[in-house]
Ligand binder design. Structure first.
Ligand code: ATP
Ligand code: MG
Length: 415
């Protein structure tokens, strides 16, 4: 397939149906344009072929010039799409920092901060809602430090029972406690020379907090069951999605440990506060999940993008990743459309201009801008309902077609 610029495909073939072949081509070479031809033309076939991503549908008999012309157009369009895809990839590459994707101002500031702090040995505290990328940030710090070739050890304090956490972190001698039939190295020793990422640090119980404080201050610790201190060179990166300060005030977290952790703080903004990263992240997850599932999906539809950008993302980047993964798994075509989004994200958002107790002018807009926006949204919605037929839309809106057309141009209405 790779050697072809375009394919002319008959619907009736010996052995396999043309529709099946079309699907294969779309899956393997989504950028190769396919022109379907058949004498048995029917509207359903044409619709199905177009849905599967055929470039055009030619009923037989056709004129040769017509075919030549279409082939020329198909090749030109596919070149543009190839270029477009390369540009999108390049854009994604440009807005990447280690495994992190994002170009918003807060992300750029965080990248800069990481560059500055990575080389030092200082303890870092990463705070952010669930799914904001705390672990990825911790990894980025490790990668940009001089410790990148040494281990990056992850400990999730929530997933280890608190009575076992100490034994995990510091290790133990043989017979240190019931069940300790052999000696075991702790994660601090495993991480020697590298970094240790202590996730959900808020759930560490007070005794363990005290021992952790000692490692930070003295750079040494003792195996459980031993009094021999062990010296290690480990960079500690801690994370929490609960505000530690509040815990300190309530007496649930040691203040001296808090002050030790609080030297360098990374506050990760929730996704809803950096909306401009959503398309980039969506694109990144689309490519990643498609590759993992052996699918070639070219892009997300514009409507999907619009819904993603407007959704508030309580589960942040992880939730976005899950939504895209689901869509990719369910997707059978070359583009992800709105029907593959979870139910609650499918319907268009209701106008934000009319809250319960009467319209309020959105901050930073003038009356004219707000009216324009309302008009634009109304016209856009109507045009979608009429599938772009302006004459029908004008009727529905009680406008003359020429007036509607003027408005579409002035307001730059897109479908
Ligand atoms: N900026 C980003 N670029 C690319 N992927 C990201 C980004 N932020 C988060 N992710 C991805 O989102 C998922 C959640 O990230 P991560 O586990 O780092 O979040 P977290 O803040 O540790 O969440 P939790 O508090 O729930 O553990 C991961 O699969 C991660 O790869
Ligand atoms: Mg995490």
């Amino acid at each position: 397939m790779e050697q072809f610029d375009a394919v002319l495909l008959d619907l009736m073939l010996p052995g396999r149906g043309g529709m099946e072949v079309l699907q294969d081509i779309r899956r393997e070479q989504p950028l190769v344009p396919v022109l379907m031809m058949t004498a048995f033309s029917s509207v359903e076939n044409a619709v199905e072929a177009m849905k599967l991503g055929a470039f055009h549908y030619l009923p037989k008999p056709f004129k040769n010039e017509e075919v030549l012309n279409l082939v020329g157009q198909a090749i030109a369009q596919s070149r543009l799409r190839q270029e477009n895809q390369q540009l999108r990839r390049a854009l994604l590459e440009r807005h990447r920092f280690e495994r992190l994707v994002g170009k918003s101002k807060p992300m750029q500031e965080l990248y800069r901060l990481i560059e500055q702090i990575a080389p030092s040995r200082s303890t870092v505290l990463i705070q952010g809602e669930s799914g904001t990328g705390k672990e990825l940030f911790a990894h980025a710090i490790h990668q940009r430090s001089g410790r990148a070739s040494a281990p990056f050890v992850v400990v999730n304090c929530n997933s280890i029972p608190s009575e076992l956490l100490e034994a995990n972190l510091f290790g133990h001698t043989r017979g240190a406690f019931t069940g300790a039939t052999t000696a075991r190295k702790g994660l601090f020793e495993v991480a020697d020379g590298g970094s240790i990422f202590i996730d959900e640090i808020s759930s560490i119980r007070p005794e363990t907090q005290a021992k952790l404080l000692r490692v930070i201050q003295e750079k040494e610790f003792m195996l459980l069951g031993s009094t021999e201190p062990i010296r290690v060179d480990v960079r500690i990166i801690a994370a929490t999605n609960i505000d530690l300060k509040t815990l300190v005030e309530r007496g649930d977290f040691r203040d001296d440990l808090y002050y030790r952790l609080n030297v360098i703080v990374l506050d990760l903004p929730p996704l809803r506060e950096r909306v401009e990263d959503i398309p980039l992240l969506a694109e990144h997850f689309l490519q990643k999940c498609a590759a993992e599932n052996g699918k070639t999906i070219e892009r997300l539809s514009l409507t999907v993008m619009e819904r993603l950008v407007r959704y508030p993302w309580p589960g942040n980047v992880r939730e976005l990743e899950n939504v895209i993964e689901r869509a990719v798994v369910l997707c059978e075509g070359w583009m992800v459309d709105v029907d593959l989004l979870p139910e609650e994200m499918r319907s268009p958002p209701s106008s934000t201009l009319q809250p319960l107790d009467g319209p309020v002018l959105p901050e930073g807009t003038t009356l004219n801008e707000a009216v324009d926006r309302f008009e634009r949204e109304l016209i856009q919605a109507t045009l979608r309902r009429t599938r772009g037929v302006q004459k029908r839309a004008a009727e529905m809106l009680g406008l003359k077609p020429t007036t509607l057309n003027e408005k579409i141009k002035r307001l730059k209405v897109t479908l």
